[in-house]
Design a protein around this ligand. Structure first.
Ligand code: URA
Length: 434
């Protein structure tokens, strides 16, 4: 490494829109991890990258430097060792409980799914919070414990270890408070450094677009998908992506226990958008690793595993291996109906208002470390394009508050009803990859 580099000179270079050389990027990331590059300098770099961008070579180098700041999960390299290892990552959205179905479903295909997930903050729910609605479920496992769960159940869903991509953990904490989350190179490096550390054979990305996603337009979301697919493949991780609609909640429920209950219904064979999206993402992976020669064959195999109960059996196995006591559907707070204020076609949802209602009822965090009430949540009874009559329930709201009427009034405003026909929205918008 060149030792006479000046951090301030490199920051000015990026500020002025120049590209950084590989050794300059490594110098900054290594220095940030060792404490030689101060938080305020790294925050300035994040802002410069946010405004000026990075080309693919710079993004790939940043990804690799962040990966190499930590450990990689080990693999059994002996003959007949590990089965193929796959994962999915979603950029996050309202009501997204796909991971809860996808991980056990792929495990039922005899694949390994080492899924590292997050907790919710703000309006987007976290997979770990949802799973912790199950009594006893442990999301924080040691590497020995998680390896055992992977061997026994074929899948785990756990929190990020401090040893995986520590540069990302440290940088994300700065980005979160400096308005620098929304940057395609920074998001690419953040997601891929962690996925590369999991030593996967294939990754599929679910990139969301719409009012409830953090990439609001198809064009921005497509740029992110292309960046992740290119950098992932270049780094030796076969990666594809699909772009999916997030202008309305995914599936029928938003909350914690209520989303686990919906996932259990899907694992039991129920139809709907959660099943549709899960099958689509799993097909990507099965074809990618050569487990099936066509999407048609993959889809048939996966549908049989859901309908035949094998995916549910894997879910139970995974939950039990992580300390959870699985007893079927989880009890929810009492429900209150929100009635449609007019007859017509559902034209849109105010997803921010729906997400906020769940947080205010106690189902999400206003700040890090807040306790969550898993039993509160919302069931949505219609999708965009459906016809609804005045007075028909549009939402069911589960909450303990004695004064649920405030939420009921707020939520009645969170649906737009049009007198003229509205087209249903496609869920899957575009695909990226080979
Ligand atoms: N998720 C991540 O892991 N990192 C980002 O930068 C954004 C979303």
């Amino acid at each position: 490494m060149t030792t006479n580099m000046l951090v301030s000179t490199l920051l000015a270079k990026k500020r002025d829109g120049q590209t950084l050389a590989d050794d300059e990027i490594r110098f900054l990331v290594d220095g940030f991890c060792s404490g030689e590059v101060a938080d305020y300098q790294m925050s300035a770099l994040a802002m410069a990258i946010c405004v000026r961008g990075m080309d693919r070579r710079e993004t790939a180098t940043l990804t690799r430097a962040m990966l190499e700041s930590g450990e990689r999960l080990s693999r059994d390299t002996s003959v007949g060792g590990d089965p193929p290892r796959v994962d999915k990552h979603s950029t996050g959205g309202l009501g997204d409980k796909v991971s809860l179905v996808l991980a056990p479903l792929l495990a039922a295909c005899d694949l390994h799914v080492p899924m590292i997930s997050g907790r919710g903050l703000g309006l987007s729910g976290g997979t770990l919070d949802k799973l912790e609605s199950i009594e006893g479920f442990q999301a924080d496992l040691t590497s020995e414990q998680s390896s055992k769960v992977l061997r026994d159940a074929g899948a785990f869903i756990i929190g990020a270890s401090r040893r995986i991509a520590p540069a990302d953990r440290k940088l994300y904490a700065l980005r979160d408070v400096t308005g620098t989350v929304e940057s395609i190179p920074l998001i690419t490096a953040s997601i891929l450094s962690k996925k590369l550390a999991a030593n996967l054979d294939a990754l599929v990305m679910d990139v969301k677009t719409g009012s409830a996603a953090f990439m609001k337009t198809v064009s921005e979301a497509s740029d992110l998908a292309e960046s992740i697919v290119e950098v992932g493949n270049q780094a030796g991780l076969p990666t594809t992506a699909i772009l999916t609609d997030m202008d309305q909640p995914l599936g029928q429920t938003i909350g914690n226990a209520i989303e686990v209950n919906e996932a259990i219904e899907v694992l039991g064979g129920s139809a709907g958008v959660v099943r549709e999206l899960t099958l689509e993402l799993c097909c990507e992976l099965l074809v990618q690793i050569g487990h099936d020669s066509s999407r048609f064959d993959a889809n048939k195999r996966l549908a049989d595993l859901l309908d035949g109960g094998q995916a549910m059996e894997r879910f139970e196995r995974m939950v039990q291996a992580q300390g959870g006591k699985f007893n079927g559907a989880i009890k929810l707070a009492p429900d209150h109906e929100v009635l449609a204020p007019a007859s017509g076609y559902v034209a849109g949802f105010d997803c921010a208002a729906i997400g906020q209602a769940v947080v205010v009822m106690g189902g999400g965090r206003r700040k890090q470390g807040d306790a969550i009430d898993p039993s509160v949540g919302i069931r949505v009874h219609a999708r965009i394009g459906d016809h609804i009559d005045k007075g028909q329930p549009i939402f069911s709201l589960h909450c303990h508050s004695r004064d649920a009427s405030d939420y009921v009034i707020d939520l009645a405003r969170a649906v737009e009803i049009s007198p003229s026909k509205v087209a249903a929205r496609p869920l899957i918008l575009k695909r990226f990859g080979n």
